[in-house]
Design a protein around this ligand. Structure first.
Ligand code: GUN
Length: 281
């Protein structure tokens, strides 16, 4: 038996179309507006931003892309963010990561007003995620939850193992799952006996950024596997999971591409819409 494939492409299309309807219904008021700040010309960032711009356009979000020179200083970027924070016509601000070395990412994440925090990376937003007291969630963890819920996969009481302890995926995802009464184990690539720790999970989520990390040894036949990896191997885009072999064993699996990636963008757009609704109140 082969696993059921959970398509983030299809689910994100449904979410985007429902968001477009909601935006269309608010007639007479301006469109929601997102500003994306990019510093430098990182090829992966160029690709991600292209997708974000296209998706914004499709649902009716007005999106400005400000591309700054690689040598932009921290204080120059700070000034732009402070102006955007004050600009009432801008609902969401997103600073594309990674940033060049001269700019301190922590300072920038702190500076974006939580009321405009489209990515959900501000420590205040993340604190509220931990406390289960927020409307805005980082987009990738929220997308993963929506993928699981779309298949009615039980979270309460489930043993969920996450590989990856990043601030933008692993940690907020663990908080959301804990708040939904899952039993969560967070590993990383240095975890001893990683395959053994993962093997008995009901849900295995890999956000390690390491191609072919998750092999047959990591999985069982009851398992749902969510692949958050975004890797290039010999010019080919792939996740963290040895997909062809693992999908023959497990119950559910997400593909790469077409799994978590499009859900991240759909949830980002939902965040912008929520920020907009609060802003125009
Ligand atoms: N770089 C890679 N993924 C992301 C993301 O979700 N948001 C931002 N701002 N930068 C990224």
């Amino acid at each position: 038996m082969s696993a059921k494939i959970i398509s983030g492409k299809l689910l994100s299309q449904k979410l985007n179309s429902s968001l477009k309807n909601s935006i269309d219904q608010i007639k007479g008021i301006r469109a929601p507006k997102l500003t994306i700040l990019q510093i430098g010309d990182n090829p992966a960032s160029n690709k991600y931003i292209k997708h974000k711009l296209k998706s914004c356009k499709n649902v009716g979000i007005d999106c400005d892309h400000i591309k700054l020179d690689q040598n932009t200083t921290e204080s120059e970027l700070e000034k732009i963010i402070i102006d955007l924070n004050k600009n009432n016509k801008v609902d969401g601000v997103l600073v594309q990561l990674p940033l060049p070395n001269q700019i301190n990412e922590k300072i920038i994440k702190n500076l974006i007003d939580p009321k405009k925090d489209a990515d959900g990376f501000n420590p205040i937003t993340l604190g509220n995620v931990l406390l289960d007291d927020t409307e805005i969630y980082p987009a990738t963890p929220l997308g993963i939850i929506k993928l699981l819920e779309s298949e009615n996969i039980n979270l309460a009481g489930a043993n969920v193992t996450i590989i990856g302890r990043s601030n933008i995926v692993g940690k907020p995802l663990a908080s959301i799952l804990i708040n939904k009464s899952a039993t969560v184990t967070i590993c990383n690539t240095k975890t001893k006996n990683l395959a053994k720790v993962c093997k008995n999970a009901d849900i295995l989520i890999s956000a390690a950024g390491s191609a072919n990390l998750v092999t047959k040894k990591f999985v069982n036949k009851r398992m749902t596997v969510i692949d958050v990896g975004s890797n290039f191997v010999n010019g080919k885009y792939c996740g963290d999971v040895d997909y062809d072999k693992v999908k023959k064993i497990v119950k559910y699996i997400t593909p790469v591409p077409g799994g978590v990636g499009p859900m991240t963008i759909a949830c980002l757009l939902e965040n912008v819409f929520k920020l907009y609704l609060n802003n125009i109140k």
